[in-house]
Design a protein around this ligand. Sequence first.
Ligand code: HEC
Ligand code: HEC
Ligand code: HEC
Ligand code: HEC
Length: 145
Amino acid sequence: MPLHLKRLLLTGIVIISLFLLLKHALTPESFGQYGHYRGNSMNEIAALPIHFVGNNSCVSCHDTIVSMKSEGYHSDLSCEGCHGAGYKHVGDPKMEQLIKPDSREFCAKCHDINLARPEKAVTQKELKEHHSDQKCVKCHNPHQP
Ligand code: HEC
Ligand code: HEC
Ligand code: HEC
Ligand code: HEC
């Protein structure tokens, strides 16, 4: 075999061995256990603390508000989207109070004029000119606005 081909072959072998060595050293232990990901990541994700519980978890104690909301304009909103994560509150309602977001700024996040948002998605209003001295919840029930 000519010398330059031998050198090429040798370089090839070195590169491939280096690749295999690094792959062996750098691949996490549980990779490929179930599929093309780390098997251990399943346990790690399952061990994360729970924060959100979903609207159905509020029915047992707040059924009037849940049914009121389901009939109004806000029916598609999640309770926890306004009140914050409810896992702790469901476990101990007296000790773990949720926030009541009754400021104008809170409602304005969705309802103020916003050119970046399609107008069909949420009704936009010039809130600076809409009863600007009073809280929205004085006139609009947040659960059935
Ligand atoms: C096991 C019954 C129970 C469940 C389930 C429950 N709550 Fe409550 N919630 C209560 C009680 C009792 C109070 C009144 C606590 C107080 O005033 O001491 C309360 C109060 C509240 C308040 C008012 C807090 C305040 O400052 O006045 C909000 C808001 C609230 N709950 C939202 C929710 C949401 C959202 C869910 C579902 C994620 C939920 N709750 C699930 C029992 C429950
Ligand atoms: C658009 C935001 C929004 C959503 C969605 C929402 N809430 Fe509220 N909620 C509020 C605000 C604001 C108040 C405070 C009202 C006030 O001070 O007059 C409130 C008050 C409450 C209170 C205190 C009692 C009362 O009537 O003032 C409870 C309990 C409550 N909400 C439960 C719920 C539950 C359960 C859901 C889901 C079915 C829900 N909320 C969905 C904004 C919201
Ligand atoms: C997370 C976004 C969001 C927040 C926060 C929110 N809303 Fe809404 N609101 C909506 C959506 C979505 C609708 C239904 C689509 C529509 O009609 O705009 C709606 C509808 C309404 C309507 C009826 C509009 C119409 O078309 O006649 C009123 C009034 C209203 N909201 C008031 C409030 C008030 C008051 C607050 C604060 C307590 C609030 N909203 C907070 C998303 C939001
Ligand atoms: C003094 C009472 C009052 C207050 C405070 C108030 N509103 Fe209204 N809102 C009304 C009335 C009445 C209407 C229906 C007539 C109109 O469109 O002006 C209305 C209409 C709306 C609509 C529907 C607009 C449409 O064109 O269909 C939205 C959205 C709304 N308000 C959001 C809010 C928000 C968000 C706040 C707080 C930042 C707020 N409102 C404060 C009385 C009030």
